[in-house]
Design a protein around this ligand. Structure first.
Ligand SMILES: *[C@@H]1O[C@H](CO)[C@@H](O)[C@H](O)[C@H]1NC(C)=O
Ligand SMILES: *[C@@H]1O[C@H](CO)[C@@H](O)[C@H](O)[C@H]1NC(C)=O
Ligand SMILES: *[C@@H]1O[C@H](CO)[C@@H](O)[C@H](O)[C@H]1NC(C)=O
Ligand SMILES: *[C@@H]1O[C@H](CO)[C@@H](O)[C@H](O)[C@H]1NC(C)=O
Ligand SMILES: *[C@@H]1O[C@H](CO)[C@@H](O)[C@H](O)[C@H]1NC(C)=O
Ligand SMILES: *[C@@H]1O[C@H](CO)[C@@H](O)[C@H](O)[C@H]1NC(C)=O
Ligand SMILES: *[C@@H]1O[C@H](CO)[C@@H](O)[C@H](O)[C@H]1NC(C)=O
Ligand SMILES: *[C@@H]1O[C@H](CO)[C@@H](O)[C@H](O)[C@H]1NC(C)=O
Ligand SMILES: *[C@@H]1O[C@H](CO)[C@@H](O)[C@H](O)[C@H]1NC(C)=O
Length: 201
């Protein structure tokens, strides 16, 4: 017979793994658009810094996540739910489903980090309407499909564009602090099941 103490080790492991699996399932993700390449257009070569459709195809987007556009004022960020607007590469601000995130910059090349919360489920479209649509036609455009995930945190439970709520909001600040890759959650669930079986034997 093994000593009692050794039987408690897998139990502790099971609890630790349950906690980490639960943590992985309750976080929102920040997606840096284009990864380290950012959101840039080179007017000399007429190309985008990344293939944004390919980049988007590799991610899972959920309500409450953020898109982070690391860019400068030579590009714009237009968000739309309107496929016509997206296909035309031209922002129509009279359309209530279209939002311009970085208007008001007068100088070229000003560094910007544009933060866009995902607040509506389903297809969301993004493009840069700078250079009269040329940027958008040459790769500065992508579509994402936003899934329900955990649903919106209370601080984002309002129509876009996101407006900072008055005062501190603890409900928002806690869930976004840790963003482990989603694949960890699956691994952990399998480990938990394995450990559960192991502890029952
Ligand atoms: C654009 O591409 C050209 C040719 O590769 C390069 O020389 C230039 O530095 C690039 N411009 C920017 C702003 O990255
Ligand atoms: C997408 O993910 C796969 C597998 O993780 C990786 O091999 C590929 O390079 C990724 N593509 C992009 C555009 O990030
Ligand atoms: C999409 O935009 C076009 C052009 O601005 C407009 O005519 C149309 O009504 C919009 N569609 C929706 C569903 O808002
Ligand atoms: C498409 O964009 C052009 C400008 O690039 C604009 O004049 C036209 O009204 C737009 N059409 C729609 C349907 O939004
Ligand atoms: C735009 O307004 C119409 C009519 O008021 C509404 O049905 C639609 O959901 C709105 N779209 C967005 C994205 O807010
Ligand atoms: C921004 O655009 C201006 C005007 O087209 C150009 O001179 C400048 O090189 C661009 N800067 C960057 C960082 O792309
Ligand atoms: C850049 O690409 C767009 C769309 O593909 C094209 O209309 C435009 O003429 C190109 N501009 C240059 C300078 O090559
Ligand atoms: C991005 O890559 C896809 C293939 O993965 C290709 O069809 C598409 O034309 C590319 N987009 C750009 C802007 O290069
Ligand atoms: C995600 O982006 C939001 C908005 O900028 C920020 O408040 C939050 O700290 C970011 N979370 C992480 C894990 O970087």
């Amino acid at each position: 017979m093994p000593p009692m103490a050794s039987a408690t080790v897998p139990l502790v492991t099971v609890f630790a793994l349950f906690i980490s699996a639960a943590a992985a399932a309750t976080v929102y993700t920040n997606h840096t658009v284009g990864g380290t390449n950012g959101w840039f257009f080179n007017a000399t070569t007429n190309t985008s810094a990344a293939n944004y459709s390919d980049w988007a195809a590799n991610q899972t987007f959920d309500l409450g996540d953020y898109l982070i556009f690391n860019t400068n004022s030579n590009q714009t960020v237009i968000q739309t739910y309107n496929l016509t607007t997206y296909g035309n590469c031209s922002a129509d601000e009279s359309d209530n489903g279209t939002f311009v995130y970085n208007s008001g910059h007068s100088s070229f090349g000003e560094a910007l980090a544009i933060v866009v919360p995902l607040t509506i489920e389903g297809p969301n479209y993004y493009f840069s309407d700078a250079s009269y649509g040329v940027q958008c036609q040459s790769g500065m455009a992508f579509e994402i499909n936003v899934k329900h995930g955990l649903g919106l945190p209370p601080s984002l439970n309002q129509p876009p564009p996101y407006i900072e709520p008055p005062g501190p909001d603890t409900a928002y600040s806690s869930p976004v602090t840790a963003v482990p890759p989603p694949s960890n959650a699956r691994v952990n669930v399998r480990l938990v099941l394995y450990c559960l079986f192991a502890s029952l034997l």
